[in-house]
Design a binder for this molecule. Structure first.
Ligand code: ADP
Ligand code: MG
Ligand code: ZN
Length: 726
């Protein structure tokens, strides 16, 4: 495989899957696979592991064989590939002999790029199976959910052990193993059991920044859950409960409160389980109340919330269950209802008779779960540290950070403090330094110190505020304190960087204003438009007989409703629209958007969508400045002050046409309403002429046709408007 440039790789990602940027380690993993190396990729659930083999499959010649443990999961993956126009198929025991034969023959004819195989399809020592694979001449093997090969993992499947034959029979074909399993023991086991050769291992961060974590007291829980759901009726979510009977009970209560919720647990028969699961995938049920039996096979990207009605047994489980929210990268919630009663109940289960070791492990994990729920600190930090990743004390997106803390830039304060310490010779404790900073008149402050410039430069803060800053700087290693009785404050290398202005100091402080709550996230898209987009997506999904998010995921709809692309070209910049989907579904969405733009007299806002913007962004950020230059802004601000175009030209010493060109830029950004510049009647006429003549380059021919009633300025503005709406 000749090396592929980073640019080409990104284009391929967009072309086949419609995504603008790689996530986490996707790029590095893919490049390594393409270079022919064995790879193990570890990414959290929802991190985007599939792309790691799907994109190489599209770029390599021939077929890629994917081993995946669950039939439901397999079907889902294949459906979503087919929805992108990619030739994929699966072989598993759910198919009739005929179906299997036709897949096999298509594969043999080279008509399939990705073939998913269930591990039970691989017989222990079957040379005929190996021959079958050999005839397909595979370019790559992908082992998804690779932790299933390890008895250390939480989901051991003995059939996976047979996968060792892949490397033995095809030593030159690269293998990529993927898992979300965080623990080292399992990781090493995977490498060994699959017999990977000089594998490169990529471990992505386990942080899921789009998931907001909340812990709530367990009181009137079902009522609170119902309130929560009723506020977001369009969203899908999962409610986990500990016992089978409580899932049924909760679903019943929700029903009584007007919420259509299904329940799911291992006590239901297989047909009912798959019915519920499929209905959830297709958004027919938006709410599922389930035991932890539900989830492994769920590959639904738009789960907006995961609620734990009961406390989970351990952090691993909690993390995995909450990880099912927000796979599409959009903001999602994880809400856990906590009570010590639950902990006491779980302690009884944690005891394994006759196995003190196992009991001790379970007890320890339970204690950690309890610590997590009761901790007076950032939830995300706790989770990350639990998985061995360092993380700062403030995430800004958990109940703790949102309700009581905020992060502030305290660089100036830190510089004052540090120079006070330096000036007084690094010999004094916190009390003295604070008095000195605050300009205390006390005789305790040495006379010579009172002459220093730094004396009294910290008057604006209270004593307690300085204490808080010093404490945090010590905690974060920006200051040293001597161990002797004086506890003198001293500078270190990190403090010097702050003094020089090379690092900024961000500190967490108690929030002064009113609490911000999770409900406050405000959206800047129009809900009516969103509803229409959902409807058309639903229609398309019905027609194609696939789940709705298979047409396009939720974040794609959000982007559409936020930026109003109105042409096929613009559509290509929307995340989720690869070339295939643009061609297949683009028209249907564009029709709605064009109608919307027209009836609401708004312009496309695609220019607000920066090329680098990730799909995570849910709302249009107020700071998003369109690409207008400073001189254009200078014109805009005079215009906003009410000056006429001629006056602005005079004041800025620029020509009228230059000023008009400046203002045109803001028609495109939506900052100036076209009707303020061109009366509607005239605008319609000009647009009509432009449409008729297709003349968009020069003003003169249009002016000649329109006559003296129309100024050059008006025509210029109308053209700018035309260009963004056409
Ligand atoms: P995992 O297998 O790691 O749990 P998936 O491969 O199922 O995750 O991907 C989760 C979601 O993220 C899917 O909806 C997928 O379409 C989406 N996704 C993956 N990679 C990207 C990307 N680079 N940009 C945007 N969305 C992505
Ligand atoms: Mg996966
Ligand atoms: Zn936090």
């Amino acid at each position: 495989m000749p090396t592929i440039t980073p640019q080409k790789l990104q284009q391929a990602l967009k072309h086949f899957f419609g995504y603008d940027d790689f996530r986490l380690d996707q790029r590095a993993v893919i490049e390594t696979v393409l270079s022919g190396n064995d790879v193990m990729g570890i990414m959290p659930t929802g991190g985007g592991k599939s792309i790691c083999y799907q994109l190489p499959a599209m770029l390599l010649p021939g077929i890629t064989i994917v081993v995946s443990p669950l039939i439901a999961l397999m079907k889902d993956q294949v459906d979503s590939l087919l929805a992108n126009g990619i030739h994929a198929a699966f072989l598993n025991s759910s198919q009739s002999a005929d179906e299997q034969r036709s897949v096999v023959s298509a594969a043999q004819k080279g008509e399939i790029k990705l073939l998913y195989i269930a591990p039970e399809r691989i017989p222990a020592n079957s040379s005929s199976f190996i021959e079958f694979i050999r005839n397909l001449n595979p370019s790559l093997f992908a082992v998804d959910e690779a932790h299933c090969i390890s008895s250390w993992g939480h989901d051991f499947r003995p059939e996976y052990l047979k996968l060792a034959i892949l490397k033995q029979s095809f030593p030159n074909t690269p293998v990529i193993a993927l898992t979300a399993s965080a623990d080292k023991l399992t990781q090493d086991d995977i490498l060994k059991k699959l017999d990977l050769q000089n594998p490169k291992v990529f471990i992505s961060s386990f942080n899921r920044p789009n998931i907001y974590y909340y812990i709530r007291p367990k009181k009137n829980t079902v009522g609170k859950i119902a309130d929560y759901i009723l506020k977001r009726k369009d969203d899908c979510g999962i409610i986990y409960a500990l016992s089978r009977s409580s899932t049924e009970e909760i679903a019943g209560k929700l029903h009584a409160l007007g919420i259509k919720a299904a329940y799911y647990h291992a006590g239901l028969d297989a047909i009912e389980r798959s019915r519920v699961q499929e209905a959830f995938q297709r958004d027919e049920y938006k709410v599922i109340v389930a035991t932890i039996a539900f989830g492994m096979g769920i590959d639904k990207s738009n789960v907006r919330y995961v609620i734990h009605h009961d406390v989970p047994k351990n952090i691993e489980g909690y993390y995995q269950e909450t990880g099912r929210a927000g796979r599409d990268g959009l903001r999602s919630d994880a809400v856990l209802f906590y009570s010590t009663g639950d902990i006491i109940k779980l302690k009884r289960f944690a005891t394994v008779d006759g196995n003190p070791e196992q009991t001790a492990v379970s007890m320890k994990k339970l204690r950690q779960m309890q610590d997590f729920c009761e901790a007076e600190s950032c939830r995300r930090q706790y989770l990350m540290q639990y998985f061995g990743e360092p993380f700062p004390a403030y995430c800004g997106s958990c109940d703790y950070c949102l309700s009581s803390l905020e992060q502030k830039d305290a660089t100036i304060e830190a510089q004052k403090l540090l120079s006070a310490i330096a000036r007084t010779g690094e010999r004094y404790g916190a009390g003295y330094i604070i008095d000195f900073l605050r300009g205390s008149a006390s005789e305790k402050i040495q006379a010579a110190h009172k002459d220093l410039k730094t004396y009294g430069i910290g008057k604006e803060l209270k004593k307690e505020e300085w204490q808080w800053i010093i404490q945090q700087m010590l905690n974060h290693g920006y200051l040293n304190k001597t161990d002797d009785q004086y506890a003198s404050l001293q500078l270190n290398d990190k403090s010097k960087k702050i003094l020089k202005g090379e690092t900024r100091l961000m500190l967490v402080s108690q929030k002064t204003e009113k609490e911000t709550d999770e409900e406050e996230a405000e959206l800047t898209y129009d809900n009516a438009l969103m509803a229409e987009l959902r409807r058309i997506r639903y229609d398309l999904a019905e027609a194609a007989n696939v789940p709705a998010y298979n047409i396009v995921p939720d974040n794609t709809l959000t982007e559409l409703a936020t930026y109003f692309p109105v042409s096929f070209d613009e559509l290509k910049y929307i995340s989720g629209f690869g070339d295939y989907k643009v061609a297949k579904y683009g028209g249907a969405f564009l029709k709605i958007l064009q109608h919307y733009v027209h009836t609401n007299k708004v312009a496309s806002r695609m220019h607000l969508k920066g090329p680098k913007k990730t799909t995570k962004k849910r709302e249009v950020n107020k700071d998003d400045k369109p690409s207008a230059s400073n001189t254009q802004y200078a014109t805009l601000s005079l215009y906003r002050e009410g000056l006429s175009i001629e006056e602005i030209a005079g004041q800025r010493n620029l020509s009228v046409s230059t000023i008009e060109t400046h203002l045109s830029a803001f028609i495109a950004t939506g900052e100036i309403n076209i009707y303020k510049l061109v009366p509607e009647r005239k605008l319609d006429k000009i647009i009509e002429i432009i449409n008729a003549t297709k003349q968009t380059a020069a003003l003169r021919p249009l002016k000649d046709l329109l006559g003296d009633d129309y100024s050059f300025g008006e025509i210029r503005f109308a053209l700018a408007y035309y260009k963004i709406t056409a």
